[in-house]
Design a protein around this ligand. Sequence first.
Ligand SMILES: Nc1nc2c(ncn2[C@@H]2O[C@H](COP(=O)(O)OP(=O)(O)OP(=O)(O)O)[C@@H](O)[C@H]2O)c(=O)[nH]1
Length: 540
Amino acid sequence: MNAMELGGAHPLRLPSVRWLLLLVVLMAMASATALWLTLQQARELGRPNQHADLWYVASVNSELARVRQVSHQLLAGEASAQELLLRLEVLYSVLDKTSALTSLSDRLHHQLPHTAATMRELSHHVDAWLHTLTPRPSASGERVARDVLSWADGLQQQTRMAVADVHVAVTEENDATRQSLHQRFVLLSALLAGLLLGTAALIRHLAQEARRARHLSRTLAQANQMLESRVAERTRQIEEGRQLLSFILDASPSDVLLIGADNSEVIFINQSLIRRLNLVAPPKHLPKSELLQDPAQCQQLSDELERYGEVGGMEALLGHNPPTWCSVSARLIEVDGRLSHLIWSFDITPHKRLEAQLRELATSDPLCGLDNRRAFLEKSTALLEHCRRHQQDCAVLMLDIDRFKSINDRYGHAVGDQAIIACANAMRATLRDADVLGRLGGEEFAALLPLAGERATRDTAERLRGAVEAIRIELENGDTLSFTISIGTTQLANRATLVEDLMIEADEALYRAKAEGRNRVVNLQPLRPRQFPEALAPPA
Ligand SMILES: Nc1nc2c(ncn2[C@@H]2O[C@H](COP(=O)(O)OP(=O)(O)OP(=O)(O)O)[C@@H](O)[C@H]2O)c(=O)[nH]1
């Protein structure tokens, strides 16, 4: 089935119908005209007195013959003058009628001038005879009869010829009329035949068109039905697919959101996200600011979507009450011709917790909770850099529990651990939040004190030593454990020195403190002169 068959009227059909219609109309008009003309002629032929002229000329001839006969009889004494007068009056009245007939007079004057002349001559004689006879019929009867007989032969001969001429003329006229009628009949027959053929062709054509239209209509109906069933099937499949997708997305542990890129109109939101946001029903609009807690992350999500069209695995706090750590991904897609943002996320709280635990494990000492060596070095390096940049002094302290081995040896490792924990807690409680304190290993600790000049360092170190010295641990055997620490300190003193170098210096001071009898603070004097700003200059 091609488009021509299915779409609209056939381009060749209408013009041919028009031509056929025009032909039929023209044929009908021509037939009507021919018929009208034929009828006119038939009416003309059917008019009364059409051939009366022949009858009257013949009557003139026969009446003239009677006048001759009465004239003979009058001269023979067998007829009266009154009878002759009567016959002449009859002849005159017939002649008078012939001249009154227009067709006859026309024909006589135009076609048969001899006959007209004969009639006029005869009228003239009859008129003269009547004028002679009428006043005194008996006196003039014989004279008139003789006069009639003297003219009668010639006149009779002429009227016979006139009869013949009129007869011939009428016959010819009838022949011409017959011929004309025959021709018109032939023409009318041809026109009627043409009309019949045209009408038949038109009917056949219209029937074909109707058949074709019915066929096309059936084909179209079948095609429509097929199309409708296909559309219905496809719609059903799409609907099933949509329901399945919706079911999968709702059952998914991930959050899924599809919103208009321009107005944040919600196109789809799954149950997981509705629950996560503590909503009772799907909202009409859900801007990203209501989705992400941090405005900066919200802006980042929008920017990356606009710039790259996608965002992958961005860690963000989702929702507000309470927020949940989620891995958020997004795509810029086109839905029904409009730009939309597809955002999906999944809860990474357990991962975050594990990560925090791992970070804790990686950076803190499992026994006492202080920073381990690595974390201490990281933090103190950053802090030292900060102090150097701002030309601020700071101190590095190395702290070591005195004769810790003997605690282990005497009370066991568990008590030794207790001592380490108690020492760490006491030191942490003594220092400021800004100070960095870490356990380097065993019973050895280190601290970095920002903004600490020599005196502040010595004072702080003394407070630390005193705090540890004050520790009392009640043991199960009833003994009370106390112990001390030795502290070695050194100052940054505006030098380009690494934390590790300062720790070596402080360790050297610690070594001296141990050597000088323990439970004391020893400060290692820096080798280079100090150049501090007035405000931060250590006291003399
Ligand atoms: N309980 C316990 N003991 C530890 C731990 N780490 C190291 N030690 C012990 O700490 C002791 C350190 O002893 P030493 O290095 O000889 O020093 P000390 O006995 O404190 O002597 P001085 O430092 O010279 O005062 C060793 O006996 C180690 O076994 C720990 O985490 N827990």
